[in-house]
Design a protein around this ligand. Structure first.
Ligand SMILES: [Zn+2]
Length: 143
């Protein structure tokens, strides 16, 4: 292990304590033999890790956290197992209700128009249609 590699590890995984034990052991062996790297490690420790040694780890203090918590949205009380269209929040929406009503009216109009257009054919098929003068085709010839 050369000095450059050891110093890179000191600034990264070795410094964070994330180096596998076998590799950390070889870094420590190098530090015992090499004054330059040992001084480098002490400098890194002094200038990067030591200032944060007494720092508090965790979230905000309790007063701040209570104020944050008060402003967070409350957990939902909606029963998610219930189908969406039966939930009160769904039915209370006027836009949803209006859209549903319009769709029903349009569907009823289309069905009625389609039935009205079929009426002459249906009466012909059912035999209730009497041939008139405007009937053309083979029926008029035979009748
Ligand atoms: Zn070295």
């Amino acid at each position: 292990m050369n000095c450059k590699h050891v110093q890179d590890l000191i600034m990264t995984d070795y410094g964070d304590g994330q180096l596998p034990s076998a590799k950390a052991k070889s870094v420590e062996n190098h530090l015992m033999q090499c004054l330059e790297c040992r001084m480098f490690a002490q400098k890194v420790q002094r200038e990067t890790a030591a200032p944060f040694a007494g720092g508090k780890v965790g979230g905000p203090d309790d007063f701040v956290w209570q104020r944050i918590k008060a402003k967070l949205p409350q957990p939902s009380t909606v029963d998610i197992r219930r189908p969406v269209f039966t939930r009160p929040s769904f039915l209370a929406r006027p836009l949803v209700f209006a859209t549903g009503l319009i769709l029903m009216l349009v569907t009823a109009a289309v069905v009625q128009q389609t039935t009205a257009q079929r009426q002459p054919y249906l009466s012909y098929i059912m035999g209730t249609d009497t041939p008139g003068e405007d009937d053309a085709g083979i029926e008029a010839y035979f009748l």
